[in-house]
Design a protein around this ligand. Structure first.
Ligand code: PXL
Length: 277
């Protein structure tokens, strides 16, 4: 298998099992050379801790990108997750244009909202800026809330297949190419991933364990990118990522002290086995 180099751009939440502390180990476990660009350093994530510190690294990004360019460093994919500002979004677009190799992929997880609400610290201006990144990407991984915000669709707690198809069509007419829509549930007790490759749709249903487990979107997206960049079909990559994420959540349930994240580390050997490595 070709040895691919990927760049992932997201924050470092020092404690909290999300963003780079999840993406780096999972992508590395999938066999990719994983380069990182930390967009900010926070003491913890923003989803439930109080008084977290936040060091914005936006001003460091252009110099880092210039250095890589002067060294002739290129990436087979640029994968972005949680970003902190509209300026950072613009830098991700610029870096992708300058540093993705020929045929290199732009993969965007528009990590900004869940359960019908934006995460703390985001506003409508950020959503508008995110649209420009999402609708120029090759592959996007929104959840239903994010897809609604990106398309101006009303968010619903319960929905049917027609609503989801409408949401995917709105994403496509706004410019989306391949969409991996997560958290799509058509029956109580189950949820799933809808993979839409230019209008051709497949659904993978899996067990729903708990609502709103923190960091699961980052685990799923990283596991998906790791599988897909290894040359696996989109739907197979989505299945592996979903199965691994479910396994991690199962391994965390029953530990109320571990409310802030998911114990993804213990499932890494299973993820590697699922990849057949
Ligand atoms: O898991 C997404 C995420 C990443 N980074 C930070 C966050 C969140 C979600 O709340 O706060 C800093």
């Amino acid at each position: 298998m070709a040895y691919k180099r990927i760049l992932t751009i997201q924050d470092i939440s020092c404690v909290g099992q999300c963003s780079l502390t999840v993406a780096l180990p999972i992508l590395s476990a999938s066999g990719l050379e994983t380069c990182i660009l930390p967009s900010a350093v926070l003491s913890t994530h923003t989803g439930g801790f109080k008084g977290y510190t936040f060091r914005d690294l936006t001003d460091d990004i252009p110099g880092i990108a210039d250095h890589w360019e002067s060294e002739g460093i290129k990436f087979d994919a640029v994968y972005s997750g949680y970003l902190g500002s509209a300026r950072q979004i613009a830098y991700v677009k610029d870096i992708t244009k300058r540093l993705a190799s020929e045929g290199g992929l732009s993969i965007v997880d528009p990590a900004m909202a869940d359960n019908g609400r934006l995460y703390v610290g985001f506003d409508q201006d950020f959503v508008e800026a995110m649209k420009s990144l999402v609708f120029s990407a090759d592959i996007i991984l929104p959840n239903i809330t994010e897809a609604c915000m990106l398309t101006g669709t009303e968010y619903r707690e319960s929905y049917d297949r027609a609503y989801i198809d409408g949401l995917l069509e709105s994403l496509e007419s706004a410019g989306a190419s391949t969409v991996i829509l997560t958290g799509v549930s058509f029956a109580p007790g189950s949820t799933g991933v809808l993979v839409d490759e230019k209008g051709v749709r497949s659904y993978y249903e899996h067990r729903k364990i708990a609502k709103g487990c923190h960091g699961t979107g980052d685990i799923f997206a990283s596991a998906f990118v790791g599988a897909m960049m290894g040359g696996r079909p989109l739907i197979d990559s989505a299945k592996i990522a979903a199965d691994y994420t479910v396994l991690c959540i199962e391994g965390t349930q029953g530990d109320p002290g571990h409310w802030y994240g998911v114990k993804f580390e213990q499932g890494l050997p299973d993820y590697i086995r699922m990849l057949g490595l």
